[in-house]
Design a binder for this molecule. Structure first.
Ligand code: GLP
Length: 234
């Protein structure tokens, strides 16, 4: 893994922006795997401020809460429109539909979308417990899209975005670890000391389902963009 230690999210965002531009120079119709959460926000700010052109590109997001529609400002669809899509249009944006009546049918539908649009470059954040997307500790490494019961640790961590913990959805639809591992390139962002243990497990720990991000050690093209605090245990 290529570990790039940066002094700010702005610096990290600029590094990622160059990688996105390189990918688009190779193929304007690239497929980008996108993530929500605070970690990629520096990158989205840099992208919006730049001349990057996604109009021929496709995006596929990692995950979405079950039960929040696109008008709910905590839904990941709302987040993506607000941070990126309204300002930088793509040819096509895909996110799981957390409002689907039949979640199992939606899971199959999303797998089909991923199969038809192989991901060239995937960005990831990392949960405090080492989750990626919403693939919580213990998730099988070959799993495809699935409905997830969120762990108490993730509900607690994400409660900061909601009025109170009771309002945090208990389920999400997540791209699976099996699909994430098929991305040709991955960028993982991590900032702050609350990510230090997860980053240690991801980069130096054994490859184990207890730390889902540790599977990235098996891949050939992974860049970790992190600050001093997140890398303090390495
Ligand atoms: C959430 C998301 C993940 C994200 C993680 C970290 O649970 N499903 O995709 O990487 O939390 O979030 P943050 O970047 O806000 O710390």
């Amino acid at each position: 893994m290529d570990v790039r230690i940066v002094s700010s999210e702005e610096e990290g965002g600029k590094i990622a922006l160059e990688m996105f531009k390189d990918q688009l120079a190779k193929n304007p119709a690239s497929v980008f795997g996108l993530a929500t959460g605070s970690s990629p926000e520096g990158f989205y700010r840099e992208a919006v401020a730049s001349d990057i052109d996604f109009t021929k590109a496709t995006s596929i997001n990692l995950d979405e809460y079950v039960g929040l529609d696109e008008n709910n400002d905590q839904s990941y669809r709302y987040f993506m429109k607000d941070r990126l899509f309204d300002k930088k249009p793509f040819k096509k944006n895909y996110l799981p539909n957390g409002m689907a009546d039949d979640l199992e049918a939606e899971v199959k539908n999303y797998d089909e979308i991923i199969r038809e649009n192989p991901i060239d470059l995937q960005i990831l954040g990392i949960g405090r417990n080492g989750h990626i997307g919403f693939n919580e500790p213990g998730t099988p490494t070959d799993i495809t899209t699935h409905v997830v019961d969120l762990t108490p640790s993730t509900i607690e961590a994400n409660a900061r975005f909601f009025a109170n913990e009771d309002e945090v959805p208990r389920q999400a639809i997540s791209m699976g670890l099996g699909s994430i591992q098929k991305s040709k390139k991955i960028i993982l962002f991590a900032y702050g000391e609350e990510k230090a243990k997860a980053i240690q497990g991801c980069i130096e720990g054994p490859v184990t389902t207890h730390v889902p991000a540790s599977i990235l050690q098996n891949l050939s093209d992974v860049t970790v963009i992190a600050d001093n605090a997140a890398t303090s245990l390495l």
